[in-house]
Design a protein around this ligand. Structure first.
Ligand code: AMP
Ligand code: MG
Length: 517
């Protein structure tokens, strides 16, 4: 007969619960805390500092499902206490991670989680790992002059945007809940504090590697790379050139990620290397913005005076950031500096090629083209040029193109009304129609696929601003929940919520967003 040890019994219970497909209570979450097993130089153990009298502002059951957490747990009286850092879950080993990074082009030798505390890493019954991080959880040894807090405004922005990105099919960190408090936090003005529970398989950044490279701690560098490979890129474990394979894969993922940002009109706003995920996820939502009018040079972060992180610079910045990671990995690539540099630089071409391929394929999908033909990019560019010169709404122009009726003499007034210079647009449409005929495109089929590529809903700044103001002024959180619901499924029509697809009213254009959060 099989003899159970206590650990095996617990494991057995977890398996049983999973088999029965029964979601878990908070106490049943299984922690593994792999990062806490790394050498102490990698992090500082620190407990969260709770805010006063916490209350739940929003809960995301889609994220709960990822960790197999029962969504009804959100109704527990101690739920806001737990995600305000006031009560530790069994098995959680809180810590703040060390990292550095290039900020606006300059190396800053110690950053680290100044206000985010990793509560631990939950393992699911399928072997998935989710690191739970409390953002705004109080000061850590890396806080420098900061208060360790996050304000309600910035948590709502990150919460909604990460889920909106996921809805769009773009790799991102996720968000489980926001807990609020009336405790005051000082920014440009007095605001109320809040905490966001963020989740990702790992929050390791490009800057995590830079710390150990610039400190000449190359053994730690190797340990970190081994950790990332073991837990997140196990396919490279037995490869002799595993570090090069890791770097190449990060180049590929970053290129694909940024191509997706460009296609959907997302500007990150502060692409410092400490905000670049080693898993190719969108990470650290601060002064981000979705384009309303198509303005390629749009600078959404009002602290970015030089426009370093302007929308159309993102692909180049991605490469620049990748070169910083490459430099940090040099000691692992080859003993000979020259050879190491050559290996790293060869990945720059991989990045450029993957970006171009992903972006072109994405533009073709946005146009509803199945086949690839030589003039497709020129055709797309002509449309983008007119959109830019006439400052047309990026999201709605693409979505409307899906309704194009190619029958001779058909009424496409609504689409034509979207542009100012009708003669120019109709010349483009003629070429577009000819291109569609060349692959026997069928309107209905094309509309269906285009509507899976061109979203109807994106998190426009004015929408999130409205939700924040209602939350702040009326303690009404329903708009946050409505945005969450619609943005998690942004390609569907949502007939009751079409107001959320409207371009911004005058007050909502060019809202200024800063790094202050
Ligand atoms: P960010 O610009 O948000 O990516 O943050 C850059 C660095 O500043 C990171 O090390 C953050 O942890 C830290 N930081 C940002 N805001 C605060 C704050 N209110 N308190 C402490 N550290 C902060
Ligand atoms: Mg950051």
């Amino acid at each position: 007969m099989h003899r159970f040890t206590p650990v095996a019994i617990i494991q057995h219970m977890h398996n049983l619960a999973a088999q029965l497909n029964k979601p878990l209570s908070l106490e049943q979450l299984r922690f593994s805390n792999s990062f806490a097993k790394l050498p102490p130089d990698f992090y500082s153990r620190v407990l969260p500092t709770p805010l006063g009298e916490p209350y739940l502002i929003s809960f995301n059951s889609a994220a709960a499902a990822l960790i197999e957490l029962d969504a009804t747990e959100a109704a527990r009286a101690d739920f806001p206490v737990i995600f305000n850092g006031g009560k530790l879950l069994q098995g959680s080993e809180p810590l703040a991670m060390l990292y550095s990074g290039h900020q606006f082009g300059h190396y800053v030798s110690q950053l680290g989680d100044g206000r985010a505390i990793v509560l631990g890493e939950v393992m699911t019954s399928t072997g998935a790992r989710w690191e739970l991080q409390l953002k705004g959880g109080g000061q850590t040894p890396y806080s420098r002059a900061g208060d360790g807090r996050a304000v309600l405004r910035s948590t709502v922005r990150e919460y909604l945007c990460s889920e909106a990105m996921h809805g769009l099919g773009i790799p991102t960190t996720r968000a489980l809940c926001i807990v609020g408090s009336d405790e005051e936090v000082y920014r440009e003005s007095i605001e109320s504090g809040a905490m966001l529970l963020r989740m990702a398989p790992s929050h390791v950044r490009f800057g995590s590697f830079e710390s150990f490279y610039y400190r000449n701690q190359h053994a730690h560098l190797r340990t970190l790379a081994d950790y990332v490979i073991e837990h997140h890129y196990p396919e490279f474990l037995d490869q002799p050139d595993c570090y090069l394979a890791l770097y190449r894969e990060v180049a590929v993922r970053t290129a694909k990620l940024i191509a997706q940002w460009q296609l959907v009109g997302f500007a990150h706003g502060v692409m410092n290397t400490d905000n670049m995920s080693i898993l190719g996820l969108t990470l650290d939502y601060g002064p981000f913005g979705f384009l309303d009018d198509y303005e390629p040079g749009c600078i959404c972060n009002h602290s970015d005076h030089q426009g370093r992180y302007a929308f159309d610079r993102q692909p180049d910045v991605g490469l620049w950031n990748l070169s910083c990671l490459g430099q940090a990995l040099l000691p692992l690539l080859d003993d000979q500096a020259e050879a190491a540099a050559e290996q790293a630089m060869a990945q720059f071409d991989v990045y450029k090629e993957v970006f171009q391929q992903s972006y072109s394929a994405g533009l073709r999908s946005k146009l509803g083209l199945r086949e690839s033909q030589p003039d497709d990019m020129a055709l797309a560019q002509r449309l983008l040029d007119q959109m830019a010169e006439e400052r047309r709404d990026y999201t709605n122009s693409w979505r409307m193109l899906g309704d194009f009726n190619s029958a001779p003499g058909a009424d496409n007034t609504k689409l034509y009304d979207q542009f100012i210079d009708r003669a120019r647009f109709s010349a483009w449409v003629e070429d577009y129609a000819a291109r569609l005929r060349s692959e026997q495109s069928i309107d209905n089929e094309r509309r269906n696929t285009m509507n899976q590529t061109n979203p109807k809903y994106v998190l426009r700044n004015y929408l999130v601003q409205t939700a924040i103001e209602r939350a702040r002024e009326q303690r009404d959180y329903s708009e946050i929940d409505r945005l969450l619901r619609v943005l998690q499924d942004p390609f569907a029509e949502h007939p009751e919520d079409t107001d959320l697809a409207e371009p911004p009213p005058d007050w909502g254009r060019k809202l200024s967003v800063s790094c202050s959060s």
